[in-house]
Ligand binder design. Structure first.
Ligand SMILES: Cc1cc2nc3c(=O)[nH]c(=O)nc-3n(C[C@H](O)[C@H](O)[C@H](O)COP(=O)(O)OP(=O)(O)OC[C@H]3O[C@@H](n4cnc5c(N)ncnc54)[C@H](O)[C@@H]3O)c2cc1C
Length: 489
């Protein structure tokens, strides 16, 4: 509890008084809660959404306490590529890229294959460029944007220094500079409510196992998804259970969803996932073999058929895998695209080798005729620069057509790296309005309760991510909106 100032200590005292007076459940006696509720905002979860909410609330003059159950801040952003999708950003303007928030919203809406909240999508699109500018002001440097998803407009903004980990460092520093008090290894476990059902604080478990209660004027849930909670997956997103690889972080067990549900929030269920591709759960993109899985080289299914252009982003590639319906896919390498990490992949049993394509097909279990025909056609189009020839609907646009990095598959030895669909986040959670307030089953805002980020993304994605960078954009922008809303509460 080191570093707690007197205001938050007052919140703890309220809780002990609460225990002494023998109160049960979530209700906090009105008088004490009112005293504590004047103290400030509590944000639960220090990922992209929680850090953005905290910075905004603190910069708006509020006292902010940020609770994080893990020993470090950053959440999923830490292992992300740090790509953020946006329109009308200052970076696009400097690069001379013509774009509009309306066009971005239309793209996101077109790509949705299930029910989404069009107003929420338009809101995030409208603020997307501004969020990039806000990050630049905090010190984030972006590379010139490139196209992402199936859209030819250059909207994918990549953080130059260390990707998502670099972004997390800058946001953490900005939060500290703004005066946000961060308590690590402190797990929120319940929302405290007053007699009228308003959220007035948080009950948490501290680093040494003690129960602590904090009063607050408003609480922002930013606890991320529920990838690591099989019960919640089975209930709200059953198809995600069969995705072979789960890159979701250890803290993503749906605490926020459960806490919101406990106080009457309406839960939006979407049977889908923020998908990508991977080699193995123990081989994330920071691992040499995991990184090899992102190489743009011919990728086929077990029938030897190509799925899409391999130069589309990870979200699109995941969708192509889902549409194909096969369970295992293979990235094909030859002498010219050889990478030493393939040897380690062979040892681990996630890659196959053959001196000829026929040998490779036999070892890997790929249809020989299919593979040979696809490779011949692929080589021909690489030679002629007609990459789009093989692309299906998803990959009909090739982002880097002029400067394609695709190499021919001509000389052995040949390698096949096994790839499977992977998830990097869940979809679904408490329903929110455009201010980030959590809504109950009657559609009324639960007083004092806000949610932002992956914990509350069920109205935005359906049933997958339209383009890599959309999730971080959603988390950051809605975090900022919820943080400001909580201050005004
Ligand atoms: C490998 C990988 C690559 C990705 N690449 C990209 C990309 O390039 N672009 C993109 O847009 N998206 C990407 N994503 C997705 C994106 O990173 C996430 O959707 C986003 O970071 C989620 O942010 P969040 O703040 O909502 O949640 P999280 O990042 O999950 O943060 C939630 C935080 O809350 C904490 N927490 C949970 N419960 C409690 C509790 N009870 N008490 C206290 N703390 C709690 C957690 O420990 C965690 O730190 C990627 C994801 C992964 C896994």
């Amino acid at each position: 509890m080191q570093g707690l100032n007197s205001k938050w200590t007052a919140g703890i005292l309220v809780f002990f008084l609460f225990l002494l007076t023998g109160c049960q459940g979530n209700a906090v006696p009105g008088k004490e809660a009112t005293i504590a509720a004047e103290e400030g905002i509590i944000v639960i979860g220090a990922g992209a959404a929680g850090l953005a909410a905290s910075i905004e609330a603190a910069q708006a003059g509020s006292k902010v306490l940020l609770l994080e159950k893990l020993p470090m801040v950053g959440g999923s952003m830490l292992c992300s590529g740090g790509t953020i999708y946006a329109a009308q950003s200052p970076v696009q303007l400097r690069e001379g890229i013509t774009d509009s928030a309306e066009a971005l919203a239309d793209f996101w809406l077109q790509e949705a294959q299930g029910p989404v909240d069009a107003d929420l999508i338009r809101l995030v699109a409208q603020h997307s460029g501004e969020t990039i500018g806000w990050l630049e002001e905090l010190g984030v440097e972006f590379a010139p944007p490139v196209p992402g998803g199936t859209c030819p407009i250059a909207r994918a903004h990549r953080v130059v220094e260390e990707g998502g980990a670099g972004l997390a460092k800058i946001l953490a520093r900005a939060a500290k500079d703004a005066g946000v008090e961060i308590l690590l290894e402190t797990r929120a476990q319940a929302l405290l409510t007053d007699d009228g059902g308003a959220v007035v604080g948080v009950e948490a478990v501290g680093e040494d196992g003690q129960r602590i209660s904090f009063g607050a004027r408003a609480v922002v849930l930013a606890t991320g998804g529920f990838d690591r909670n099989e019960e919640l997956l089975a209930q709200y997103s059953p198809s995600a259970l069969s995705i072979p690889i789960n890159f979701g972080r250890v803290g993503n067990v749906g605490d926020g969803l459960l806490m919101a549900r406990e106080v009457g929030a309406d839960i939006v269920a979407v049977d889908g996932a923020l998908g990508c591709r991977g080699v193995g759960e123990d081989m994330p993109y920071t691992h040499p073999i995991g990184a090899l899985g992102l190489t743009p080289t011919l990728c086929v299914n077990s029938r030897g058929e190509r799925l899409t252009s391999e130069e589309v982003d990870c979200s699109c590639f995941y969708r192509a895998m889902q549409e194909d319906g096969d369970s295992t896919f293979y990235s094909i390498f030859s002498a010219v695209s050889y990478d030493p990490a393939l040897e380690e992949a062979l040892e681990k049993g996630v890659a196959y080798r053959g001196n000829t394509l026929a040998d490779l097909a036999a070892t890997a279990g790929i249809d020989k005729e299919g593979l040979e025909a696809t490779v011949a056609q692929y080589n021909m189009s690489v030679a002629q620069g007609q990459y789009a020839q093989f692309a299906g609907d998803i990959g009909s646009f090739l982002p880097t057509q002029e400067a394609s990095s695709l190499l021919p598959i001509d000389h052995g030895p040949f390698y096949a790296l096994r790839l499977v669909p992977a998830t990097r986040g869940t979809i679904g959670g408490p329903r929110i309005n455009l201010k980030g307030q959590v809504l109950d089953r009657e559609g009324e805002a639960i007083p004092g309760l806000y949610a932002a980020g992956e914990v509350a993304n069920g109205q935005f994605f359906s049933p997958s991510c339209p383009a890599t960078g959309t999730s971080l954009q959603y988390c950051l922008t809605m975090g900022r909106i919820a943080g400001r809303g909580a201050v005004g509460h």
